[in-house]
Design a protein around this ligand. Structure first.
Ligand code: PLZ
Length: 438
């Protein structure tokens, strides 16, 4: 890695140059575009982000689960460098090129299930989810879409409607898209009953049958681990039951693996954990190391139903992004990043559980692979404690550790280190976190 893998603080965080840039940002960019940590990045790689003031920060965010292979990963850089000199765009729908087809072949082969598949490429996670719904509606001739409490699917009109949380995603942006129905998620830490998988499933089915009618449902869209909602791993058994219900009722089961995909959870895709095979899987984020790319992969018989010209977009599957994706897939395979993700979980979970013993503000520690979170509560209760999250984040940021919040109640600290982070930085980051808690 070209960037020294060390934390280095030479100014306060943010430093003077970043503060100057932040003032310019505030004058040029609307307030609607938030900033988690206002350090302006000049270089990044491995587990480190360098800023305009010469600070080097430890990265526990990966740009929200995107740089799984690390920033400026060598195989990605190599391929993109070559491609940018050859050609930058033709529009795949006008005159195609091989790398787009290669990415689709790879995804058809690597995603769960050995059935015949087709893939097409778009620009963002939201666009992938929105297109999955288009395909499901077309193929079934039905309209209703079922989504879950705590779900996040994007910021476009349809995907904002599919998203559960009002603030900040929906407030003031209505009216929302029609034919979207929300059912409960088996959230183990907060489920009131004894059997979250059984009970949440029964409630979901009851709502579908009473309020919609199974025969009117085109798609069920679910994140196998709810990301923005707070890294909620549904109780074991819930996902397979929902998938089975879909099969029994001719409903397209859509897995939104935008945040969980590409080795993040210690499997290439999170659905693999319980052997769930989605009819359509949406991927983005980790797919191309930060170049804008997303994919919709689904059963050939569903995908091929749509008439010629019914799907697409000017930039979808841009050649630079496709080369980046091929570099990402090579890196995951050749460097066995699935195993790296598991190893990260094996290091982080015991350390965080030990912290939970010491700090009663930590109500729950959870996650798989390198998608790990702690949920903070008012000690002795399950009442959400978003203020504690903000306080811990503030202290981590001041010490040069980039961490993110999440959660329906804003009370979750989430950790998404690049899978290539050196272990000494992982340990150092956990030390900073522990100090912040004490
Ligand atoms: N589906 C599961 O996690 C994006 C959102 C950041 P786009 N999550 C990060 C923010 O505040 O805008 C996401 C996701 C899941 C869909 C999306 C949407 O992906 O690439 O941001 O459109």
């Amino acid at each position: 890695m070209s960037i020294p893998q060390e934390r280095r603080l030479v100014t306060a965080i943010p430093g003077p140059k970043s503060q100057e840039l932040l003032a310019r940002k505030q004058a040029a960019v609307p307030t609607g575009i938030g900033t988690t940590l206002p350090v302006f990045v000049t270089r990044a790689g491995g587990g480190v982000l360098e800023d305009a003031d010469g600070n080097a920060l430890i990265d526990f965010g990966s740009g929200i689960a995107v740089t799984n292979v690390g920033n400026a990963a060598p195989r990605v850089v190599e391929r993109v460098r070559k491609q940018v000199a050859d050609f930058t765009h033709t529009c795949f729908m006008v005159t195609p090129y091989e790398s787009y087809v290669q990415v689709c072949e790879k995804l058809n082969q690597l995603t769960p299930g050995d059935h015949e598949k087709r893939t097409f490429l778009v620009n963002s996670g939201a666009e992938a989810v929105e297109n999955a719904v288009k395909v499901a509606r077309y193929a079934t001739g039905r309209q209703a879409v079922v989504v879950f409490d705590h779900g996040y699917h994007g910021r476009t009109l349809l995907t904002m409607t599919l998203t559960a949380k009002n603030m900040p995603y929906k407030q003031g942006f209505g009216p929302y898209a029609p034919e979207v129905y929300r059912v409960p998620l088996a959230y183990p830490f907060r489920w009131p009953g004894e059997n979250p998988a059984e009970e949440a499933y029964a409630q979901a089915v009851d709502m579908i049958e009473k309020q919609i009618g199974a025969g009117n449902v085109a798609a069920v869209v679910i994140e196998p681990i709810a990301g923005e909602g707070g890294f909620i791993e549904p109780a074991k058994g819930f996902l397979p039951k929902i998938a089975q219900y879909c099969r029994d009722n001719g409903i397209v089961f859509v897995a939104d693996e935008v945040q969980t995909g590409f080795a993040r959870t210690g499997d290439l895709f999170a659905c693999e954990d319980e052997g769930v095979v989605p009819d359509i899987i949406c991927t983005a984020k980790g797919i191309a190391g930060g170049l804008p790319l997303a994919a919709v992969t689904g059963r050939a018989e569903l995908m091929d139903k749509v008439h010629a010209g019914g799907l697409g977009g000017t930039y979808g599957g841009n050649p630079l992004a496709c080369e980046a994706a091929l570099g990402v897939l090579e890196t995951i395979e050749q460097d066995d990043l699935v195993a790296r993700a598991r190893r990260i979980g094996e290091i982080m979970l015991p350390r965080l559980r030990a912290m939970q013993e010491r700090f009663p503000v930590i109500g729950d520690v959870r996650g798989r692979g390198a998608m790990i979170a702690v949920e903070l509560v008012e000690p002795g209760t399950k009442n959400p404690n978003p203020a504690a999250v903000q306080e811990v984040i503030k202290r981590c940021h001041a010490e040069g550790l980039v961490v993110l919040s999440a959660g329906t109640y804003g009370n979750v600290l989430r950790f998404l280190p690049p899978l290539v982070i050196p272990e000494h930085l992982l340990e150092e980051g956990l030390g900073i976190l522990e100090k912040a808690f004490s």
